[in-house]
Design a protein around this ligand. Structure first.
Ligand code: NAD
Ligand code: UDP
Length: 316
């Protein structure tokens, strides 16, 4: 294990953030979790609050933050289309002002900073699978643009700080990730389908269900994040982080029905605007630089996630 560090995780009580905080504590670090609880609740980190090396701070990253840490993971930003479109101006501020504030902090302290970027920087991709060298196909004024362009601007900021101030940055482009602690009402496809199946409600497929996504189990993704942060300072990315297995949304629905034993019917609803038709990461770079690739199959990950949602619904 590397020496104990004090590590800031913004968005630390969210889905990915809460798993990251737990993993960093397991590795013996101190964790400062900063969140404004816009798209999460404290419940996600409730189990960590008894740990003396864990500290939770309510703070909005669109405002400056003055703390002393050895490394920063910048995850603060709503990630589901429902949440990030709910207040699109705030989403842009979180992406852009949040990045400026956290980069300013990293610059003052001279510490490495990871940015949770996204496959959405590729938009509705015309190149498949997506490599990091692809510049993307994004509608700059559509309903998803607050998030897509916000994250693209954040990447631009990270690389500007790197060039201008030699800041050690790590830009990770995360593809659809799922697992326990996803917000039950955030509208993402995996949580929606599992909850609908467990409740015996119709499974809502948007469009004809032929659009594809590549789903990464959360434990694999967190391992990738931590290995990325431990790379030499000159390795900046951008680097794709995800599982290259590609499935149609209809296939996903069928798997969820099979694994839950549900009798839910499939119903078809209109496809939201600018919904990407296909998405699959080329993870050659992560394999080469981190010796990393996902270990959890979609079937295995879905079964674990279903067990978690079963417990949540039982307690509700
Ligand atoms: P999430 O919504 O569960 O977590 C985001 C967290 O950020 C929440 O706890 C939220 O309250 C917090 N937050 C939002 N705005 C904030 C602000 N202004 N100040 C402080 N905290 C704020 O989403 P997630 O899935 O855990 O995503 C985490 C990060 O990873 C996000 O930056 C997201 O864009 C990125 N990402 C996630 C996925 C995925 O599939 N989960 C894919 C691509 C990128
Ligand atoms: N989707 C769906 N039914 C749902 C929720 C989502 O068919 O109840 C589709 C959505 O249109 C998209 C895919 O599933 O094509 C992934 O959606 P999600 O919101 O999880 O993530 P993103 O579109 O950002 O990849």
């Amino acid at each position: 294990m590397s020496r104990m560090k004090r590590i800031l995780v913004t968005g630390g009580s969210g889905f990915l953030g809460s798993h990251l905080c737990a993993r960093l504590l397991d590795r013996g670090h101190e964790v400062l979790c900063v969140d404004n609880f816009f798209s999460s609740s404290r419940d996600n980190v409730e189990d960590l609050r008894g740990n003396r090396r864990f500290e939770l701070m309510r703070h909005d990253v669109t405002f400056p933050l003055y703390v002393e840490v050895d490394a920063i993971y910048n995850l603060a930003c709503p990630a589901s289309p429902i949440h990030y479109q709910h207040d699109s101006v705030q989403t842009i501020k979180t992406c852009v002002h949040g990045a400026i504030n956290m980069l300013g902090l990293a610059k003052r302290l001279g510490v490495p900073i990871f940015q949770a970027s996204t496959s959405e920087v590729y938009g509705d991709p015309e190149v498949h699978p997506q490599k990091e060298s692809y510049w993307g196909h994004v509608n700059p004024i559509g309903v998803r643009s607050c998030y897509d362009e916000g994250k693209r601007c954040a990447e631009a900021l990270f690389f500007a700080y790197h060039r201008q101030s030699q800041l050690p940055i790590k830009v990770g482009r995360i593809f659809n990730t799922y697992g326990p602690k996803m917000h039950p009402n955030d509208g993402r496809v995996v949580s929606n389908f599992i909850i609908q199946a467990l409740r015996g409600e119709p499974i809502t497929i948007y469009g004809d269900g032929s659009q594809t996504r590549s789903f990464c189990y959360v434990d694999d993704l967190i391992e990738c994040m931590i290995r990325f942060m431990e790379t030499p300072p000159d390795f900046t990315g951008p680097m794709n982080m995800g599982n290259p297995g590609e499935f149609t949304i209809r296939e996903l629905a069928e798997k969820v029905i099979a694994f839950t034993g549900s009798r839910s019917p499939l119903i078809y609803q209109p496809l939201p605007a600018d919904d990407p038709k296909q998405r699959r990461p080329d993870i050659t770079l992560a394999k080469e630089k981190l010796c990393w690739e996902p270990k959890t199959s979609l079937d295995e990950g879905l079964k674990k996630t279903i067990v978690w949602f079963e417990n949540i619904l039982r307690q509700a």
